[in-house]
Ligand binder design. Structure first.
Ligand code: PAF
Length: 284
């Protein structure tokens, strides 16, 4: 498509498949970018990565109730399909798949995809059931789209590792591509939930990225991970965070905690600022 065209919308799996089949018959490769909408520059960077790697690009928008806990923000999660579609059109996305709830979870839907081990800690511990909801909907989206490649942000690092594991375990024929986190100028990772931050909280928020970056540097320099993690936690509270759900240096693939940086690592963090819970991560 040219930049001037409006991204076409499919509401049903049948429409999505008809479109993808036509592309395939024409010998075109397909990339898919799964999202829950409320698109920002981070999502658009995924669309750009898909366009660079594949002839055709699909974005999906579906606010998936199965990945929200009972006290989470499902009902108030930002929904702005027209604005999202305009951004996708400007980014050159060919197709938006935005199914209604009943198309994804028809009456009698009874299947759950879940992962063991990799979901035991971090977001999995803080948000019981979250990754089963993510794994179930991502499995469906990948099988519905049958794209060559699917693009996910490193911002949700545990999600990315889960999706990679799941695709390998279930032999889903789609390559999972992880893309770098897009940040504001002060380091805050872009997230659809940043709109919930008050101006005062927004000023505090970049301390999360500063803290995990400092912890990654300390771990690389061979300093005590336990002591530096404690110092990082204190720094977050001193900066104004109300609580730290976790701050840890972990194995970059299994996400098991590391006492020493003896293999590729990742610093993971989740911290609360007022009513908002921010997560972030960097390579260690
Ligand atoms: O990262 C997200 O936006 C969601 O978890 C995803 C992958 C679209 C599944 O609903």
């Amino acid at each position: 498509m040219t930049m001037a065209e409006t991204t076409r919308i499919a509401r049903s799996v049948a429409e999505l498949r008809a479109c993808v089949s036509a592309w395939r018959r024409a010998g075109e490769t397909v990339g898919v970018v799964p999202t829950m909408g409320a698109l920002h520059r981070g999502h658009i960077s995924l669309v750009e990565a898909a366009r660079a790697a594949c002839r055709r690009t699909i974005a999906t928008i579906f606010v998936n109730p199965k990945q929200f806990g009972p006290r989470e923000d499902f009902s108030r999660y930002p929904r702005q399909e027209e604005a999202d579609r305009a951004l996708l059109s400007a980014a050159g996305c060919d197709l938006l798949f935005a199914p209604p709830l009943g198309e994804m979870y028809p009456e009698g839907f009874a299947t759950t995809v879940s992962l063991a081990g990799i979901t035991d800690r971090w977001e999995g511990e803080a948000r019981p059931g979250h990754f089963a909801g993510v794994a179930t909907v991502v499995t469906k989206l990948l099988l519905q789209a049958m794209a060559d490649k699917a693009f996910f942000g490193e911002k949700d690092y545990q999600q990315l590792r889960c999706v990679k594991r799941m695709v390998r375990d279930l032999d889903i024929p789609c390559e999972i591509v992880g893309c770098p986190t897009v940040r504001e100028a002060d380091g805050l990772a872009m997230s659809s939930r940043n709109v919930y931050l008050t101006p005062a909280e927004r000023r505090v928020a970049p301390a999360l990225h500063r803290t995990i970056t400092a912890l990654a540097a300390a771990a690389r320099a061979g300093r005590s991970i336990a002591a530096e993690t404690d110092a990082g936690r204190s720094a977050l509270l001193a900066a104004g965070f109300a609580g730290v759900d976790y701050l840890a240096v972990v194995d970059a693939e299994t996400l098991a905690p590391l006492a020493a940086l003896d293999r590729p690592g990742r610093v993971l963090a989740a911290a609360r600022l007022g009513a908002v819970r921010l997560i972030d991560n960097v390579a260690a």
